[in-house]
Design a protein around this ligand. Structure first.
Ligand code: C5P
Length: 415
């Protein structure tokens, strides 16, 4: 797996509630072997302390342009010279405005004006500030100067409002950092991913659902996007933020999920990759009620009749615009490998990623957990990928897919 060993990142943390997420980003960069030195603006200091930043980065934290100590030890010029990449997370509307207008008012803006290194911004602000034409103009200006951006995403904001402006999650910023240093082998490819559970209504308030957290599908969408692919993620209801840079479509039922997937295929009939990671409910209530099903004294419990839901994986694998590579998941409680192999032909997909969700494996720890043990099954046999984090599985899958598609293209070119 690729690491950030021998890579130095200068992380600028400006003022915004999202600054707390930058502490996690520092941890992720360090975990990946990277060196991270931080500048904390006066605004940033209102949200995280120099002590926590320094404890996590294990380095002195730079805060003041005019500090004699900071300038003698490490001038603002050297701060950027010694970095391979400058990351600003969170990038406040104010700091973006300073950058766009070439202001040098404090250590962060002065270092940025004097920088000779690539810059990645992770904007974070209230949605009105984001939508403001002044901010949008500044972002355009920065884009034309080659400054790269990750996020923001849409969602609930710390101020209680809802909209565009949430900072990308630390894992997504890490993916964007990795894209700077490593080849993007899926550039030019497009992918469709189904993820999360589906929920099937019984009445306006009740539904049938399952324990899927959507973490594996989200990690796959993020990994493919960071490898350069153009990704559409169709997800059932999950408690996760949308991955930055991914076209995310929210659905509830299996019928809606199928419609969203088919519409993605119709929109892009040359789709290269489809990965069905969703835990689709196999059945839905035949007659979902418009009114709440009432419990009445003396009445027997209601009987619910079910009807089968569409099989989305099978529909994609047999679609007239079938993507080149179709990957399914198999969550089995018994005979894992045999059932998974049978699924390959039954569904018509190319690969199956199988994982054991039996009680022996403690299924509470698969659904919603951060780790998984998977096996890749295809025409070549079974490959045990061992137990690793869902993020690591997603990155490995992206690498395998890139290799497979490139070999496939070479084979076709030779024919
Ligand atoms: O049919 P089964 O649940 O065993 O197969 C699992 C695989 O099929 C997963 O990839 C899942 O996303 C997909 N699936 C689907 N639509 C269904 C049922 C399963 O896409 N209705």
């Amino acid at each position: 797996m690729q690491t950030l060993e021998n890579k130095s990142i200068l992380l600028i943390i400006s003022g915004g509630i999202a600054a707390y997420k930058s502490l996690e980003l520092i941890r992720l960069i360090r975990k990946s072997g990277g060196n991270v030195r931080c500048i904390l603006t006066k605004g940033g200091e209102q949200f995280v302390t120099p002590l926590s930043v320094s404890a996590l980065s294990e380095q002195h934290v730079y805060t003041d342009l005019w500090s004699l100590k900071d300038e003698t030890e490490m001038g603002h010029i050297r701060l950027s010279r010694e970095a391979d990449l400058i990351v600003i997370a969170p990038a406040s509307a104010n700091l973006l405005a300073q950058m766009a207008n070439g202001l040098a008012q404090d250590l962060a803006s002065t270092t940025l004006l004097a920088a000779d290194k690539p810059i990645l911004i992770a904007p974070a602000m209230n949605h009105q500030m984001w939508d403001n034409p002044a901010t949008q103009k500044n972002l355009k200006t920065l884009e034309t100067r080659g400054i790269k951006q990750v996020g923001p995403t849409k969602g609930d904001m710390a101020c209680g409002e809802h909209g565009m402006g949430r900072m990308a999650e630390p894992e997504d910023i890490m993916n964007a950092i990795n894209s700077f240093f490593f080849e993007r082998p899926l550039s030019g490819y497009s992918a469709l991913i189904s993820s999360g559970p589906t929920v099937e209504p019984l009445d306006p308030g009740r539904f049938i659902g399952n324990r899927s957290s959507g973490k594996q599908g989200r990690a796959i969408a993020a990994a493919l996007s960071s490898a350069g692919a153009n990704v559409t993620l169709v997800t059932g209801p999950v408690a996760l933020t949308d991955p930055a840079g991914v076209n995310t479509i929210h659905v509830e039922t299996a019928t809606q999920m199928l419609a969203a997937c088919e519409s993605a295929i119709e929109t892009d009939p040359k789709l290269d990759i489809a990965i069905c990671a969703a835990a689709v409910s196999d059945w839905r209530a035949k007659d979902a009620q418009d009114q709440k099903i009432k419990k009445r004294d003396g009445e027997t419990a209601p009987t619910i009749s079910f009807t089968e839901n569409p099989d989305i994986l099978r529909a994609i694998a047999n679609h007239k615009h079938r993507p080149t590579l179709v990957v399914g998941f198999a969550a089995e409680t018994e005979n894992l490998l045999d059932n998974a192999k049978a699924k390959l032909s039954r569904k018509g997909c190319d690969w199956v990623l199988a994982n054991d969700v039996s009680a022996a494996q403690d299924n509470q720890k698969v659904f919603g957990a951060d780790e998984n043990h998977v096996y890749l099954i295809n025409e070549n046999g079974v490959d045990d990928w061992g137990k690793s984090s869902k993020t690591a599985i997603a990155i490995k899958l992206a690498e395998h897919i890139a290799q497979h598609l490139q070999q496939d293209e070479q084979k076709h070119a030779a024919e």
